[in-house]
Design a protein around this ligand. Sequence first.
Ligand SMILES: Cc1cc2nc3c(=O)[nH]c(=O)nc-3n(C[C@H](O)[C@H](O)[C@H](O)COP(=O)(O)OP(=O)(O)OC[C@H]3O[C@@H](n4cnc5c(N)ncnc54)[C@H](O)[C@@H]3O)c2cc1C
Length: 476
Amino acid sequence: MVDVVIIGCGVVGAAAAMELSRYKLDVVIVERENDVAVGTTKANSAILHAGYDPKPGTLMARLNVRGSELCREYCAALDVPYRRCGSMVLAFSEKETETLRELLDRGVKNGVPGLKIISGDEARAREPELADTVLEALWAPSAAIVSPWEMCLAFAETAVKNGVELRLNTAVTGIDRRGDGYTVRTDRGDIETKYVVNAAGVDSGTIHDMAAPHSFDIKPSRGEYYLLDKAEGTRVNTVVFQCPTERGKGVLVSPTVHGNLIVGPNAEPSMPHDAATTAAGLAFVKETACLSVPKINYSKSIRNFAGIRANTGRDDFIIGVSAPRFVDLAGICSPGLTSAPAIGEYAAELLAREGLALEKKENFDFSRRRIRFKELSPEAREELVRRDPAYGRVICRCETVTEGEILACLHTPIPPVSVDGVKRRVNAGMGRCQGGFCAPRVVEILSRELGLSPGEIVKDRTGMNILVRETKGGEG
Ligand SMILES: Cc1cc2nc3c(=O)[nH]c(=O)nc-3n(C[C@H](O)[C@H](O)[C@H](O)COP(=O)(O)OP(=O)(O)OC[C@H]3O[C@@H](n4cnc5c(N)ncnc54)[C@H](O)[C@@H]3O)c2cc1C
């Protein structure tokens, strides 16, 4: 029998696993997909929110502000791309200037540092591309941008390095109460455990209902985006929001840590896993963003994508003990990415209150480094190539990613098994051509290194094979 089973390895499950890996415990994290960070964690705005939006007194407010500080600390320790660039909420009308004051008041109550209201001219002095119609803005210096999937990966890798067992391609199908613990049923066998943590994202309602009386519904809401080429990446240098509405934080324009520009999202009711983009949704995003930053050049768009919010209609996350030794980390909508490390801490606290003994390990390893060839000095590159010629072979031209980096990621605690898995780890395929050039070469490397035929290599999820028929030399 293990101590804890965590269901779901998005950023929330990964953060909980990392937190529990500080202690002398047997922890298993179960993920349905073939990789971590493949649910909502890979498709969002990538903002670490300052924390003025949640209602004071809610768990969301507390975990957002604490999470924002922890993300800064953890990203530095675990080598995750992070930039504290600050954010602005824009007001275009007298009514919206009142909203800014409400947000300022909430932020002060929530303990957000450095908030202030600035005039439209001050806002334009910071961001010259803002519209002339901006009357005022709420400036939040502690807002940041991050690589969401790399943050999740870093948490999950740290957990695995410190003894957590990650079971991929394993879907939880049922949960039975057994004496002092649970039998977690999966499509790959049962797991006996003393405690269960539900971190199943948009499926957290389904998992909750397996162990506790029905008490909430997940109302999935889709948000669609434009991702623009680096040529547009400096259109703004801070995160530019509009005033939030009851439907969400509104359409934003933001730089990304990878040097692109992200624009979106809208908010439309959807099915739990329907992350398709729509012409109407994208048209809305474009039109709305234009009010903030009129000159964005959408001909530089390199990708559209959508993410699904695990909304519940409540103004808070659903976090708590829902059955004996069963902890829900459910309904983790935005700002769930920002709050994740604080949610992880809180999950450990709730488990301890339920009787789990938390005895610290002496040898907890909280370090992670990866080589980013393109960020090295010419001298360091030369030295690296001399030591390992694989670093001299550029596989992704747009992002200057070398074969050496791809081979190195195949030897990390959670090696990728798909082309997109490689992309999430080393950025190959993230650039202007979106993998048009490097994808076949990544397939070749994966096939060689994993001992699989090219036809068995998937783009992302299991079943997404890229090659449908292999040809022999000369065959068309
Ligand atoms: C459009 C949009 C924009 C957002 N922007 C931001 C932002 O800028 N800043 C911010 O802080 N937050 C943002 N968020 C919220 C943030 O992305 C989420 O709160 C966070 O990613 C949720 O992580 P998670 O681990 O709970 O869920 P997920 O990442 O979805 O992970 C859940 C995992 O559980 C697995 N799973 C489900 N069922 C089972 C099962 N039966 N068995 C095994 N595994 C299972 C899934 O496969 C999945 O991998 C945004 C969300 C959206 C949709």
